[in-house]
Design a binder for this molecule. Structure first.
Ligand code: NAD
Ligand code: ISE
Length: 339
């Protein structure tokens, strides 16, 4: 069976997902597209060779009888309304992160899905599909370094655009770590502290960069993460888990070791799109296959909700300069199953 897909939001990642779904992955075809910038969506549909119908509203894409499932890749503030409309139509939806820009919005999605009685929503936390993170998780689950005690992590981007301001270091960037650590450690968070240190002169006026986020988990694991989005030198993701008997680290991306010009070293990536490019493929192939089976196999609406609650607590902790508790309700039984 070919899964017929509608894309809502056809900017940077929407276009990449449309291309990979239509041309690269097995079992999917993009049949309809919407973007508030209709001209750009039309141009993309033609130039990419996908030649999907471009519809005037996202609701028209959801309602199209030949659309089996949706990908929401619009701006974050539009996600809640669009995902709720997919649930109301009973259609499966892959929503790019964040699920919603507020915890309250994400909770409304969880409630709507529970009410609908069927899991329909997957959130685009692609790191769970990255070969390096999967190898690290397998090592931790096997007990190779004993119980995890500490995590030292970093999320470094060379630069961010002028529109990236305020708490986007948390809501746009650190949100990936928020999801991947709880998956990696089979745990949830209980408290957070955010520290703003000396600001780099390379960050623009609307951004305090870098920041450090300290999370504590239910099991007492302490996680420190540096988020440094104007670091200039590379797109660099680090994760080192200190266990009782050793340290397990996220593998570095493959890069040819060089001895040249009296120096020894290897290259760093500069673009986040390349760092996790394979994981987007694995993520969406898995989504296609699970959707055809009528299942949600990846990060679900509950995971999106937990990420939003945690991000909100981080923002409040940053503002108040306090260590704040993170209050999460128990995971409903509905979210322990796949279908
Ligand atoms: P972008 O600005 O390049 O594209 C967003 C597109 O959505 C634009 O074309 C815009 O016109 C369109 N849009 C905005 N509001 C809309 C609406 N109400 N209905 C239809 N279209 C609408 O942004 P982007 O970088 O592609 O990011 C899109 C989403 O994907 C964001 O939520 C972002 O956080 C997420 N993202 C995820 C990753 C990842 O690694 N998983 C990477 C980049 C972006
Ligand atoms: C971007 O939106 C992403 O999702 C990337 O994965 C992340 O590394 C980057 O910081 C974000 O801006």
């Amino acid at each position: 069976m070919t899964l017929r897909i509608g894309i809502i939001g056809c900017g940077g990642i929407g276009q990449e997902h449309a291309r990979r779904l239509h041309f690269k992955l097995a079992g999917a075809q993009v049949v309809a597209i919407n973007d508030i910038n209709v001209a750009a969506a039309t141009q993309f549909s033609e130039m990419s060779g996908i030649k999907a119908r471009v519809l005037d509203t996202y609701q028209a894409v959801i309602d199209a009888p030949d659309v089996d499932a949706l990908v929401v890749a619009s701006w974050g503030p539009a996600h809640e309304e669009q995902v709720l409309a997919c649930i109301a139509a009973g259609k499966p939806v892959f929503c790019e992160k964040p699920l919603a820009v507020t915890a309250e919005g994400a909770r409304r999605i969880v409630e709507a899905e529970v009410q609908a009685g069927k899991k329909l929503v997957q959130v685009g936390f692609m790191r769970r599909y990255d070969a390096g993170y999967r190898a690290l998780k397998a090592t931790l689950d096997a007990g190779t370094v004993g119980d995890a005690l500490l995590v030292h992590a970093a999320h470094r981007n060379p630069a961010v655009p002028e529109m990236y301001v305020g708490d986007m270091s948390i809501t746009d960037t650190f949100i990936h770590e928020i999801d991947v650590f709880r998956w990696l450690l089979n745990d949830d968070y209980v408290s957070v502290q955010v520290i703003e240190g000396r600001k780099t002169r390379n960050a623009h006026a609307g951004l305090h960069d870098p920041i450090t986020v300290l999370l504590e988990t239910r099991q007492g694991i302490r996680i420190d993460t540096e988020i440094f989005v104007a670091c200039r030198f590379g797109y660099d993701i680090q994760c080192h888990v200190v266990g009782e008997t050793g340290v397990a680290s996220l593998p570095e991306p493959m890069s040819v070791p060089l001895r040249s010009n009296a120096r020894q070293g290897s290259g760093l990536l500069m673009d986040w799109k390349l760092r996790f490019i394979d994981s987007y493929d694995v993520e969406l192939q898995d989504w296609i296959e699970a959707t055809v089976r009528g299942e949600v196999n990846g990060p679900d609406a509950w995971d999106g909700y937990v990420a939003s609650v945690t991000a909100e607590a981080c923002i409040e902790a940053r503002k108040t300069k306090q260590i704040l508790p993170i209050a999460l309700p128990e995971r409903p039984a509905f979210y322990s199953r796949q279908g």
